[in-house]
Design a protein around this ligand. Sequence first.
Ligand code: ADP
Ligand code: MG
Length: 285
Amino acid sequence: MSDTEDIVCRDLVRIFRSRDVEVQALQGLTLTVRRGEMVAVVGESGSGKSTLLGILSALDEPSAGTAVVAGTDLSGLSPRRRTAFHRHAVGFVWQQTARNLIPYLSVAQNVAAVLAVAGVRGRARADRTAAVLDLVGMRDHADALPEDLSGGLQQLAALGVALANEPRVLLADEPTGALDRESARAVLATMRAVNEASGVTMLVVTHDERVAAQVRRTVRIRDGRTSTETIRDDLDTGPGEEYAVVDAAGRLQLPESFQQALGLHDRVRLSLHDDHVAIRPGAGR
Ligand code: ADP
Ligand code: MG
């Protein structure tokens, strides 16, 4: 892994086995996120998004494959290194607001509590708490309890908590999943602003296509593998360019909309040109 990559997953496989069923939640997922990038991983329910985040946050381990996050190889982490990883290298925002915030503490106390656990004391703790609340636009709500805030503001508070220790990487699992359209937009906009201002690397997983439209790089996950990517050069103008991942065996997955538009099924015609490969509907069999 080079110094410019903050998340590197190679061929991640995660199999859940119960007594008589086996679920392959990840089936060889490969993904690289560069330092300072903000990436959305988008896929339908059951496509393996939470499984991926469980592994990247070192709460779960893959059945096969490797994951390196913020310079830490997550395979076989000792409990001590895992704790250090959780306290300093990564921050999390979960969909369920209850999982993000301690209900009987104010927003500022929630942020300060994380700093206290990490050993930040006195003036430094107060200063950092104020800076984080400014960063996520929650200074006016510093003394509010979570239950007194809207869902969107609760997620901004959660973002502050996740950023308290200045992690290199922020992981978010459906952070806007429980929000209405407007709040979801606002939370995403703040996440983007934080990404740009602080350079923290962000991976957001979601089933919401509208989130995807607000993030420059979108990676699609289907059946536990990343399939296609969209890069938008200008977020405010329509769809961006589509990219597909070519795996080590030369396979690539076409976006479903491309397949449907031209009836690309079974066998397609390929031709190699100077600077591109053309794919046309096959002539049948
Ligand atoms: P997503 O977050 O994209 O909705 P998940 O990662 O939660 O998808 O789940 C992917 C697949 O793995 C689903 O089929 C789900 O039922 C299965 N799965 C997830 N966690 C477990 C588990 N602990 N035990 C058994 N199956 C699981
Ligand atoms: Mg999920």
